[in-house]
Design a protein around this ligand. Structure first.
Ligand code: XMP
Length: 509
């Protein structure tokens, strides 16, 4: 395995993605991880990330200098290169002007890190500092017009540094550089595959659970579906899945879950019809945070009740993913503010004193999709857009009633069916309809109408943290609007949301 030391670069997760795409397992640790913690994981190579900080500043984030004596190959990227230079006796200066963007890189030595690459290739630079004096026993292996030391290596030890970012797609030869570092230099094997992951996880789950029972909350979303199928493969009927129909689901969702998991996978699935309960609790509530809180709490209550009925349960399975787990390092300190209280199944384990099973906790979202495919889940589930825990409650703005939920469900169904038919669904990160809390005047035949407005939202994103609206062609938007207004009673106007995140968010509440 490979350890990536995170100095707070916006690209750290991309480094991990590149390593895993090369079928090598890796983990991200915060920059100040002690050498003993790193050693205990037995890594065969180490990568030091970039950073928004600068090594020329007082008090810059530093690593345990012991990492350079571990004897394993090291690759420093940007700030990682500067830190390597500074720690090992070289010098780093501020360039005064930032170098940013595509840059032609000239490789001087092409027998290890740049093996098999052309003498010149395009790289992505984003730096204000540069190595002004090499540490002793290092040599330059590549340069660019503005940066004489754009890559270096130790003459006898396997320590490398690159000024550019091989992890971003703007460095098209980046994957080759990672291959060279992982296989040619570090002699790792490309054996981390989904099949090997499934085998190892199943063994670990069985060992941990023994003869006990496990419950999982199945929502029909990608993560909980993949989680449940993996656990079912390992545990069979000792896995009990609970699906709560809270009345805030999309059209056909409950039927799809029953068909897929009960009929196809023959899983032990309990469907709890709690529609009335949720609607009653939400009646008259319009504050978004209150809605989220009520739904989260009610969910926990129902889950507890059902688990009690099952009895004898020792473990709860959760679909925690790696991005939820990575300690996001803030090299400048300072708190991050809470934008929305996200609802997953948080709060359950403490209340129920259950042991946790989180087999997906080292996977990224797209790896979960791959895992789902490997486990035989239909594309209809593995390729689904994300859906928030509080469901349609945060898409019916204002008061939540059955009538308003039904209006939204129908409009949303039409929107999704049309973008699927036009082959747009897979190009969009997330698309959905929203019922706005306003009515507007319209005209139908000769009569005045005073009805609801539906907003359509479709965004492109990589991780949901930032997003841009998708430029769905106008004729397609026109067709969708027409169908919604004609087919959904209670709607006389459809608008398309063209805001990006930030400053908007993806969901409306
Ligand atoms: P926002 O609206 O914050 O959404 O831009 C970012 C992503 O998170 C999803 N989302 C949630 N997912 N529980 C979830 O599991 C939640 O409470 C929740 N709220 C928002 C949202 O759909 C988008 O993909």
């Amino acid at each position: 395995m490979v350890i990536i030391l995170d100095f707070g670069s916006q690209y750290t997760q991309l480094i991990a993605r590149r390593v895993r795409e090369a079928k090598v397992y890796c983990e991200i640790l915060p920059y100040n991880a002690r050498v003993s913690a790193i050693k205990s994981r037995h890594p065969q190579a180490l990568i030091i990330s970039g950073s928004p900080a600068s090594v020329s500043e007082e008090g810059h984030p530093d690593c345990d200098p012991g990492i350079f004596s571990l004897g394993i190959p090291i690759l420093g990227i940007c700030y990682g290169m500067h830190l390597t230079a500074k720690t090992l006796g070289g010098e780093v200066k501020s360039a005064g002007k930032r170098e940013y963007g595509r840059t032609i890189f000239a490789a001087k030595k092409r027998n290890d890190l740049f093996f098999g690459l052309p003498p010149r290739f395009t790289t992505w630079m984003s730096h204000g500092d540069y190595v002004s004096r090499m540490p002793p026993d290092f040599e330059v292996i590549g340069s660019s017009n503005n940066c004489p030391v754009a890559a270096f290596r130790h003459k006898s030890k396997k320590i490398f540094g690159v000024q550019f970012h091989p992890e971003v797609s703007h460095t098209p030869k980046g994957p080759d550089i990672f291959h060279n570092f992982l296989f040619r230099i570090s002699h790792l094997s490309p054996n981390w595959t989904m099949a090997s992951f499934i085998k190892k996880e199943k063994e670990e789950i069985c060992k941990k659970v023994g003869d006990e029972q496990v419950i999982s909350a199945l929502s029909g979303g990608v993560d909980s579906s993949v989680l449940s199928v993996l656990l079912h493969e390992a545990l069979g009927d000792r896995l009990r899945c609970i699906f709560v129909d809270n009345g805030l689901l999309r059209a056909g969702e409950r039927e799809m879950v029953e068909k897929t998991f009960r009929k196809h996978f023959r899983m032990n699935l309990l469907v709890v019809d709690a529609q009335k309960r949720f609607l009653k609790k939400l009646s008259g509530v319009i504050d978004p945070e209150k809605k989220r809180k009520i739904i989260g709490e009610e969910f926990i209550r129902i889950f507890e009740e059902e688990a009690r009925k099952i009895g004898q349960v020792r473990y709860l399975a959760q679909g925690t993913l790696y991005p939820d787990l990575i300690e996001s390092v803030s090299v400048f300190g300072g708190p991050t503010s809470r934008i929305k209280s996200h609802h997953n199944v948080g709060g359950l384990p403490e209340k129920m004193e259950l042991g946790l099973i989180e087999p997906l906790k080292y996977l990224f979202k797209d790896e979960v999709r791959l895992l789902g495919k490997e486990l035989g889940l239909p594309e209809e589930i593995t390729g689904r857009h994300p859906f928030p825990g509080p469901g349609l409650a945060v898409r019916v703005l204002g008061e939540i009633t059955k009538t308003r939920l039904d209006i939204l469900r129908k409009a949303d169904e039409i929107f999704i069916a049309e973008i699927r038919a036009a082959n747009w669904y897979d190009r969009i990160w997330q698309a959905f309809a929203v019922l706005l809390p306003v009515k507007t005047v319209g005209v139908m035949g000769d009569a005045r109408t005073y009805e609801n407005v539906i907003a359509l939202r479709a965004v492109c994103s990589v991780d949901g943290m930032t997003a841009d609206y998708t430029a769905i062609p106008h004729p397609l938007l026109g067709r969708i609007a027409n169908r919604i207004i004609n087919e959904v009673k209670g709607v006389n106007r459809v608008v398309y949301d063209i805001s990006s995140k930030p400053p908007a968010t993806i969901e409306y509440e």
